[in-house]
Write a protein that binds this ligand. Structure first.
Ligand SMILES: NC(=O)c1ccc[n+]([C@@H]2O[C@H](COP(=O)([O-])OP(=O)(O)OC[C@H]3O[C@@H](n4cnc5c(N)ncnc54)[C@H](OP(=O)(O)O)[C@@H]3O)[C@@H](O)[C@H]2O)c1
Length: 215
């Protein structure tokens, strides 16, 4: 059993990770500004703003593993990377492993090829901010952390998200920084992403690296 704090634990991805981890008997704390309408049993929900370091620190205290599942939308669009830098600093100081919910755009189509984020021309300019911001975490910010910080950046498949919630198939495929080739339409449900995510936490066999989960 691990003590796991999920920052953004009531969101689309975070709530699935919270549910999967709690179902496996981990001791889970979820931080968000509002409390969930339908809480997962046996989860400690903490209400607070992750932009406040004292709030973050209190939510992360005592955890073995910290999961970062915020999204760079709304008020967090401009502060997201700073918040994640603070999370990384606090996790490093406490010796906690950091697992980051990532994005698809930071993956590569094939070994040695440029990451998708280098050519987002097919996406309207107003929608490019989120993939660029999330990709910057794994391209710039996480590699720049002290080597003592154990981090894993977990990218989902292309068509992942609340717009394509999908269903739990009870399986996933794990890739590295090259996107796994879709076999079932290229999407992965939040439940199956969470399955792979918590498997990664339990196995603990990836360090300071990017992986991806698809179907
Ligand atoms: N295909 C893809 O590449 C893809 C698709 C989807 C998502 N993603 C990535 O996955 C990550 C998670 O996205 P998501 O869609 O699961 O997010 P989401 O549903 O928007 O959830 C965000 C979570 O963060 C909480 N939150 C927001 N601002 C906060 C603050 N200031 N303090 C504390 N909690 C705060 C929210 O709850 P409150 O609002 O109550 O605070 C919620 O629990 C993002 O990085 C996103 O870019 C990638």
């Amino acid at each position: 059993m691990s003590r796991i704090t999920v920052i953004g634990g009531t969101g689309y991805t975070g709530s699935a990770i919270v549910a999967e981890a709690a179902a496996r008997g981990h001791q889970v704390t979820a931080l968000s500004r509002s409390l969930p309408g339908t809480p997962t049993p046996n989860v400690d929900y903490v209400q607070g703003d992750a932009t406040d370091e004292a709030t973050l620190s209190a939510a992360m205290e005592g955890a073995d593993v910290v999961v970062a599942a915020l999204s760079p939308r709304g008020p967090l669009a401009d502060t997201f990377r700073d918040v994640y830098r603070t999370v990384a600093r606090l996790a490093d100081a406490a010796g906690q492993s950091l697992y980051v919910v990532g994005g698809y755009s930071s993956l590569r189509p094939a070994p040695g090829e440029d990451r998708f984020v280098t050519d987002l021309g097919h996406i309207p300019a107003e929608h490019q901010g989120e993939p660029r911001t999330v990709a910057a975490l794994v391209i710039e910010d996480l590699p720049a952390t002290p080597p003592t910080l154990d981090w894993v950046f977990v990218s989902p498949a292309l068509r992942f998200g609340s717009h394509t919630p999908g269903e739990r198939l009870g399986r996933y495929r794990l890739g590295d920084e090259v996107a796994v080739q879709p076999q079932d339409g290229g999407e992965i449900s939040a439940a199956d992403y969470a399955l792979g995510f918590v498997d990664l936490i339990e196995k603990g066999d990836h360090h300071r690296t990017q992986v991806n989960l698809g179907h």
